[in-house]
Design a protein around this ligand. Structure first.
Ligand code: FAD
Length: 319
């Protein structure tokens, strides 16, 4: 069975949920092989084996880890040449999409970005689904040249456990001078909020223009639920919340068990990032707000009145 390469998304060996999703998808297409770049392999190994990686290519060279993403594309190109995989799966984040584009050029292969589903194609290859025009169209594609390279959006598959060997093989690679043209000079972790990562959280509470820039009630409610905090683009553009928290077409795509939209009107570009959430709740003082067309539960009211009451109820229920 042909290998399927999965580029591991991790922070110092802590493997992100997207990798478990990609390994699950890889098993539909062939034998999953993880590509682990950076430090922390020992911490990552268990998670990679748990989700079915039969092999792990380890790349620890400073020529790769001390630079921006270009060397990683060279690593993958080398592995595509040596392993002839059935496909390469890469997380659909900004770094992943840059790596994928560079890899497609190096290997003269077809590239599909932002897939929300990947299945084995008839007669081999892959069949991907993309959700476009803010979720109003679904496009099915296949790669007709080279090795299919696919970037996959978070929450595109439910991670399935499947014991793999995760046998590691250290890969030594010659990185070109061109790929080393941009070097990392400093790397600082984000200030810890204590909240879960937005794309991985089971509950997301988001605030929009209706907060007027005061996210304190949104954050207090989120913290009572152990939720991540998201924001609409209006709130981000106003400088009220960091860009990394934006949910939507040009932000992050989330698909939690529960999504609570507070003071968000429900523009199509916002929906594109959250409409696959399992249960959607909105708090909005305008009963005509379009978000109410989408919700499972709607509360018409001022978020500064509703959220403190909800927070109190949650805390009381927790005892
Ligand atoms: P508004 O539309 O102004 O809605 C504010 C809501 O808050 C209103 O419904 C109002 O009734 C309610 N409200 C006001 N005060 C209160 C209160 N005290 N209590 C309760 N409710 C209150 N947007 C995104 O979010 N994500 C994206 O990724 C994104 N990408 C885009 C890409 C493109 C190319 C374009 C053109 C736009 C994009 N947008 C995106 C912007 C999008 O079109 C909307 O402008 C934006 O989502 C509106 O944000 P909002 O709902 O917070 O603000």
């Amino acid at each position: 069975m042909a290998e399927v390469l999965v580029l591991v998304d991790h922070a110092n060996g802590t493997v992100r949920k997207t990798t478990a999703e990609l390994l699950t998808i890889a098993r539909r297409l062939g034998e999953p092989s993880a590509v682990f770049v950076g430090e922390g392999f020992d911490a990552a190994k268990e998670a990679l084996a748990k989700y079915g990686a039969e092999k792990v290519y380890r790349v620890e060279s400073a020529d790769v880890t001390d630079h921006l993403v270009a060397p990683q594309a060279e690593v993958l190109a080398q592995l595509v040449a040596s392993a002839s995989p059935a496909a390469v799966l890469i997380p659909s984040n900004s770094a992943g999409k840059e790596i994928a584009a560079r890899l497609a050029i190096k290997t003269e292969s077809g590239l599909i970005t932002d897939a929300v589903d990947v299945q084995a194609g008839e007669g081999g290859g892959v069949r991907t689904t993309q959700s476009v025009f803010a979720g109003s169209y679904s496009v099915t594609s296949t790669v007709t040249k080279g090795t299919p390279i696919v970037t996959v959006k978070p929450n595109s598959a439910a991670p399935e456990e499947h014991a793999g060997a995760a046998a590691d093989e250290v890969v030594s690679i010659e990185v070109s001078e061109a790929a080393k043209a941009a070097k990392i000079t400093e790397s600082k972790p984000k200030e810890a909020t204590g909240r879960p990562e937005l794309t991985e959280a089971a509950i997301v509470v988001s605030g929009g223009r209706g907060t007027g820039g005061d996210f304190s009630k949104v954050e207090e409610f989120a913290d009572s639920l152990g939720a991540a905090v998201g924001a609409s683009r209006a709130a981000v553009d106003a400088g009220w919340y960091p860009h990394t928290s934006q949910v939507g077409q040009t932000g992050k795509q989330v698909s939690p068990q529960l999504y609570v939209a507070c003071g968000i009107s429900g523009a199509i570009q916002h929906r594109a990032g959250m409409q696959t959430s399992k249960t959607i709740v909105a708090v909005n003082k305008d009963e005509e707000a379009p978000i109410f067309e989408l919700v499972d539960f709607g509360v018409v009211g001022d978020l500064f009145t509703v959220l403190p009451q909800a927070t109190e109820k949650v805390q009381a229920a927790k005892g």
